[in-house]
Write a protein that binds this ligand. Structure first.
Ligand SMILES: Cc1cc2nc3c(=O)[nH]c(=O)nc-3n(C[C@H](O)[C@H](O)[C@H](O)COP(=O)(O)OP(=O)(O)OC[C@H]3O[C@@H](n4cnc5c(N)ncnc54)[C@H](O)[C@@H]3O)c2cc1C
Length: 520
């Protein structure tokens, strides 16, 4: 007999397999000794009551072994002699498109402007320690894309977009812990992701695909509205019938290039704001109702949202036990983001806290046409940079001072390695954004005990939340409506927001390419 049941488990019993099996058997009306196999299907935390507990969905059987999950890479085939498809960008979208092609019988040829994941690390160190931003290799550009040196959160709200489980399974087959298949809020961490990404590359190459680094696509070969190929590093031509454009939301030069080449692009709403950092212990106390987080509970997270003057104000990309990192992609700008290690054990908790920016809010930038949102993004990032000393030290303010619009004399300790200095963020942000953030953080203070405190840092700028430009595509074919053979995909084209949704969009785009190239 096989049954699926749900049980509650206290954090202290999280790793006690005998206890969990016994309790599951009892709930299923079976004797523990008769259970021949069992597994956890889903695990989440319920912290609404005074004593937090894990809720586990468990499948158990008294009839032999539970069926094993299929191994996706068993379906990969040698694609060396198959139809080549160019993929611009080795982020989650590009790499998952490439892996999908190994199943579909297409040969992925990936170009990335940045370096392989190991070499990229040196450039991250240069940003952190010397304030030097390499425009091709940074927290957004390079192997694995923006998803590599991140928090590695793997949850998405886009359940319709594809099979999340398949994407998670591929992470596991390339080195992630199998917990991510069952956790309600799976996460990998910056210390593990680079190895996983390198394993994915090894798979792509092993089955006959190609991955090229230091290979910036500098031009598109378009003839009579047909995409013929790309030019790499201003000299090397590569041709194929289909090209997937997966360059992420920070490749501004690609948006300009598309515009110059007459490829239709559109302005897109996005969100802009700041990153707010608290101590992790404060967030734990608020979320777990305990003076101190008990053993086996992860660093607590939060998700806060409100409406102020008809615009959404919300927390975004919350990194429990994480670090704030400098995520600029060019010299002369100040951009921050968040990441964490797999153990999420830093003493800080940070999240982007942003205001939605709609097309009608972009009137002051209207002269820039489709680049209105991008120019606003750039202007704020540059204003934050120019206020400082030319380094990647970031402007900051105590949360309560920020809300009141007054300078802080000093700012609290932070995880941000280049350092913070007090600055009038209330004056550096556009007025409409500042006013809504100022009201929004007060509302958040009412929703979460201790949130609105002068011991929290507000740090500028959280501006790379999503693409400020959309590259249109047909809903059914995934192809650009005017350029045959061009498949815009992932976050940069406006079809994803996060690692998993970008990965799934890559997989779906690869299938769309197959339908077009091979199946006609
Ligand atoms: C610090 C940080 C932390 C994050 N944390 C999380 C998280 O925890 N969870 C989550 O879901 N999301 C997170 N994100 C967002 C997530 O990383 C992105 O949503 C995701 O990576 C988008 O995938 P993509 O493949 O569409 O684009 P990207 O990951 O941006 O990849 C684009 C790639 O294209 C390359 N490229 C750009 N221009 C060119 C060119 N002209 N020629 C060749 N190559 C080019 C770039 O080098 C890059 O590698 C984080 C982002 C950052 C920056």
């Amino acid at each position: 007999m096989t049954k699926t049941i749900e049980i509650k488990v206290l954090p202290k019993d999280l790793h006690n397999a005998d206890f969990i099996k016994g309790r599951a058997a009892k709930k299923a009306g079976l004797k523990a000794d008769n259970i021949s196999d069992w597994r956890i299907l889903r695990r989440s935390i319920d912290a609404r009551q005074r004593q937090p507990f894990y809720l586990m969905r468990i499948e158990l059987t008294s009839a032999g072994q539970l069926p094993a999950e299929p191994v996706i890479s068993d379906n990969f085939k040698d694609v060396s002699d198959c139809e080549p498809v160019l993929i611009i960008g080795a982020g989650p979208c590009g790499y998952f498109a490439a892996l999908e092609m190994l199943e579909l019988g297409l040969k992925p040829v990936v170009f990335d402007r940045g370096k392989d994941v190991r070499a990229r690390r040196r450039d991250l160190k240069a940003i952190q320690q010397d304030g030097v931003v390499n425009p091709h290799s940074n927290y957004c550009f390079g192997e694995g894309g923006a998803g590599t040196y991140s928090d590695g959160k793997l949850y998405t709200r886009s359940h319709k977009r594809g099979k999340i489980k398949k994407a998670l399974q591929l992470f596991v087959e390339h080195g992630a812990k199998s917990d991510i298949l069952t956790d309600a809020h799976p996460h990998i961490g910056s210390n593990k992701l680079p190895g996983i990404v390198a394993n994915m590359r090894a798979t792509i190459e092993q089955y006959g695909g190609e991955v090229h680094f230091d290979a910036q696509v500098t031009d598109l070969i378009i003839e009579n509205k047909v995409m013929r190929g790309v030019i790499v590093n201003e000299k090397d031509e590569h041709f194929a019938e289909a090209t997937i454009l997966a360059t992420g939301h920070s490749a501004r030069d690609m948006y300009y290039l598309l515009h110059r080449r007459g490829v239709k692009i559109e302005a897109k709403p996005f969100a802009l704001g700041v990153r707010i950092e608290h101590s992790q212990s404060l967030i734990d106390r608020a979320q777990y109702n305990q003076p101190q987080r008990e053993e086996n509970l992860p660093a607590a997270s939060y998700s806060l949202t409100t409406q102020v003057k008809d615009r959404g104000v919300f927390s975004f990309c919350m990194c429990p036990g994480g670090l704030v990192v400098p995520a600029a992609t060019a010299p002369g700008e100040l951009v921050v983001n968040g990441m964490s290690m797999s153990r999420r054990d830093s003493p800080f908790a940070n999240s982007g806290t942003v205001v939605e920016v709609r097309t009608e809010d972009l009137a002051p930038y209207a002269k820039h046409g489709v680049f209105a949102a991008l120019e606003l993004q750039k202007a704020v990032e540059q204003a934050m940079f120019n206020y400082g000393d030319g380094s990647q030290r970031a402007p900051a303010q105590r949360l309560t001072d920020f809300a009141k619009g007054r300078m802080s004399k000093s700012v609290p300790d932070s995880s941000y390695i280049p350092g913070l200095y007090p600055a009038p963020l209330h004056a550096l942000l556009p007025q409409g954004i500042y006013e809504r953030l100022s009201a929004g953080v007060r509302v958040f203070g009412k929703k979460m005990n201790g949130y609105f405190t002068d011991d929290a840092n507000v740090i500028g700028t959280e501006s790379r939340t999503s693409a400020p430009v959309k590259v249109p595509r047909d809903r059914a074919t995934y192809m650009h409506p005017e350029i045959e053979g061009l498949f815009p995909a992932g976050e940069g084209a406006g079809y994803a927001g996060g690692i998993i949704s970008a990965a799934m969009d890559g997989q779906n785009t690869a299938k769309a390419v197959l339908r077009w190239t091979v199946e006609g």
